[in-house]
Design a binder for this molecule. Structure first.
Ligand SMILES: NC(=O)C1=CN([C@@H]2O[C@H](COP(=O)(O)OP(=O)(O)OC[C@H]3O[C@@H](n4cnc5c(N)ncnc54)[C@H](OP(=O)(O)O)[C@@H]3O)[C@@H](O)[C@H]2O)C=CC1
Ligand SMILES: CCCCCCCCCCCCCCCC(=O)[C@@H](N)CO
Length: 355
């Protein structure tokens, strides 16, 4: 009996459990799962893939590069031989970060040729964003950066009815417009100069799903997903590749800050004890860029959310693995929703409405 006939018979007679016990079926299933696993794993990429991210000798422009994720990304890229420019407001932290970045690259042979720059600017201001990018280009003889990592961002959790409208506006101004201003200016320059670089937007798992306490933040990260969706397609005009990172909780100074206003129930659902270190997040991001992934995550929860929210157009990272995971997410999301809804209903007494 041919394989096709066999499968046909399986589906026709629905004797699945009985058939599964037969060696051939088990073997095929095992083979299928092994191949799927390898393809979804970096091993497959190591063996057969082409590295799509070679930072050596290239210029990376990192907003939010003085702390947390941005600093970790800047250090990693410096250790790989990239020229790095970091942008943030506070000069003291910029200097500390700059020293760490230099330190990360100091054992390289090409260390002396590498240019590391710190620029103090507020990315929520369009003028300041343009000025910072302009300064960075001037240092590189007018040449635009090859890569833009838009890491600057923040979260102010709280209950929707208790938060001030200004907090929502600030969130959008920093997380969305703070990214847009830099990316807009950067892409214009890259496109005009024919630089076939990369744009990396930093969203969050909360850019594809959300729950109590994140109304100030989650929509700003959804907005970035939409920007990435558009630019991935449009910037093909200039051979600029676009990537969107959806991290889970990262143990950064930003997290310490947001935890000050985070409702208890929000913390419990977020499970902050599972936070990864900025360096781990940067490494995961780097590996995904080498593979060329569009939607990037760095943990299982993130991966499940990523495939479940892919939409009809965004590319998968691995068609087989993502499809399998997608099916699981569709089902697994149901108990998760029951869980978060129950958490909120059970916390009613804790959060009475005040005048
Ligand atoms: N930590 C987490 O759990 C997660 C974080 N993310 C996202 O990852 C990114 C990095 O987060 P994280 O590392 O926690 O952040 P941190 O708060 O630790 O670092 C933020 C960086 O951005 C800079 N920054 C903040 N505001 C501005 C501004 N207006 N202009 C210029 N620079 C600014 C800060 O420097 P300065 O204040 O001096 O300007 C700092 O360098 C953010 O976009 C965040 O939303 C996503 C998922 C989870
Ligand atoms: C089967 C379906 C299961 C789904 C499980 C998903 C569980 C994930 C919990 C959400 C964690 C949120 C992390 C982002 C944090 C963040 O962005 C803020 N800290 C901002 O800085």
């Amino acid at each position: 009996m041919s394989f096709i006939d066999y499968i046909f018979q399986l589906t026709t007679y629905s004797e699945l459990s009985e058939k599964l016990q037969q060696p051939l079926v088990s073997l095929l299933l095992l083979l299928f799962l092994t191949i799927s696993y390898l393809m979804g794993n970096s091993l497959w990429h190591k063996l057969f893939g082409r590295n799509k991210f070679l930072p050596q000798g290239k210029h990376a422009y990192v907003t939010g590069g003085s702390k947390g994720l941005g600093k970790a990304v800047a250090k990693l890229l410096a250790s790989k031989g990239a020229h790095v420019t970091i942008v943030a407001r506070d000069k003291e932290h910029l200097q500390i970060a700059l020293d760490e970045i230099k330190d990360a690259a100091k054992n390289r042979e090409d260390y002396k040729n590498l240019i590391f720059t710190a620029i103090s600017a507020d990315v929520t201001s369009y003028e300041d964003s343009v000025r910072a990018l302009n300064d960075a280009c001037e240092i590189h003889n007018g040449r635009a950066p090859d890569f833009i990592f838009a890491c600057a961002g923040a979260c102010k959790p709280g209950l929707f009815v208790e938060q001030d409208i200004l907090e929502f506006e600030d969130g959008m101004q920093l997380n969305y417009y703070g990214t847009l201003y830099t990316v807009h200016e950067g892409v214009k320059r890259m496109a005009r100069q024919g630089i076939k670089g990369k744009i990396v937007l930093v969203s969050s798992i909360l850019g594809v799903m959300s729950f109590i306490g994140f109304s100030q933040y989650s929509p700003t990260k959804y907005a970035l997903k939409g920007l990435a969706e558009t630019l991935r397609n449009e910037l093909l005009l200039y051979d600029i590749s676009v990537h969107c990172y959806f991290p889970g909780t990262i143990d950064s100074p930003g997290l310490q800050q947001e935890n000050k206003t985070k409702p208890k129930v929000t913390s419990e659902i977020e499970g902050a004890e599972d936070a990864i270190l900025p360096d781990q997040a940067a490494k995961a991001l780097y590996k995904s860029l080498c593979r060329g992934d569009f939607h990037i995550t760095s943990d299982l929860g993130g991966n499940i959310c990523r495939v479940a929210s892919k939409g009809p157009v965004s590319p998968t990272n691995n068609f087989i693995v993502d499809s399998l995971l997608g099916g699981f997410a569709w089902v697994g999301g149901i108990p998760f929703r029951y869980y978060i809804d129950k958490k909120v209903k059970d916390s009613k007494a804790q959060y009475p409405i005040s005048d």
